[in-house]
Design a protein around this ligand. Sequence first.
Ligand SMILES: Cc1cc2nc3c(=O)[nH]c(=O)nc-3n(C[C@H](O)[C@H](O)[C@H](O)COP(=O)(O)OP(=O)(O)OC[C@H]3O[C@@H](n4cnc5c(N)ncnc54)[C@H](O)[C@@H]3O)c2cc1C
Length: 296
Amino acid sequence: MNSESPKRWVVIGGGIAGLLAARRLAAAGHDVTLLEADGELGGRLRHIEVAGHTLDAGAESFATRGDAVQTLCEELGLADAIVSPTAAPAWVISPGRAYPLPATGWLGIPLRPFARDVRRVLGWWGSLRACLDLALPTRGIGDDATVGEVASARLGKRATERLLAPVMSGVYSRPLDDLPLDAIAPGLAADVRARGGLIRAARSRRSLGTPGAAVRGLVGGVATLAKAAAAEAEERGATLRTGVEVTGLQPPVADGVSRRTTAPSTPTRWPWPSPDTGRPLSWRLPRPTLATSPSW
Ligand SMILES: Cc1cc2nc3c(=O)[nH]c(=O)nc-3n(C[C@H](O)[C@H](O)[C@H](O)COP(=O)(O)OP(=O)(O)OC[C@H]3O[C@@H](n4cnc5c(N)ncnc54)[C@H](O)[C@@H]3O)c2cc1C
């Protein structure tokens, strides 16, 4: 990416990743067109109106472990909009029940099952049941075990449904039965086996991190970040198109002349086999052309 040899780039997808790529390429002097299938830019960084309030529909905070997002906010002129979250606990609201999440947890796993705020959610029986995790053998837990199966067997249904599910299925957008332990933290399944349970593994992970919420937010919502990135990408000369879905990539025709196709009858996906060798052409293609719908 060097302004002395500008090239033509097409960025597929106008979520925050695509917008930042477009912004960076345009800043380096390249000719950039971003294509977004949806009618709006931002992807999962999106505002939603609820009862007259503008809320974040997707990401609502950013981690402060590194300073990448903080720096980005500053670059985009949003430094003054950065705010720390309130110290009040997050609440779970479900049909017929509303409760604050316990203060001492790691991704919903209660680190102290008999703490007062855990007992308030689980009751004595639920807390006692969760403690079984400290005593049950861990031998049978495979590397591909899911959070759902391990948590319900070790902590019980109540803790799994009331504490782990609201946090983890929200963060990872998957039901716990489809969420391998190792997908939430690499090596977690082995850690659970070695340390003797979910609670002990969670305690060790939590002790490695900063206690409390290591996140920040933006006044006006995190979706503001996508809007600012889009505005700056356009200012730097990038063309941002919405309502254009990329439905395929085509290899250049034999004589090397690029061909652009609109709305192909059969969308092509990477990698597709080479007609000569049957091997995937994948990224070895010099300059694939795009097929888009509607026409671009
Ligand atoms: C409910 C929820 C809460 C979250 N909370 C947080 C949080 O608090 N903090 C945090 O850091 N992260 C959070 N995340 C995760 C974070 O929002 C995402 O990781 C991030 O926004 C992903 O950005 P992206 O650009 O990679 O992808 P996306 O935002 O998914 O953008 C991809 C874009 O590509 C477009 N696209 C896809 N295919 C095509 C195509 N063929 N042609 C053209 N366009 C196409 C899509 O329409 C989309 O706009 C949350 C996610 C969700 C769903």
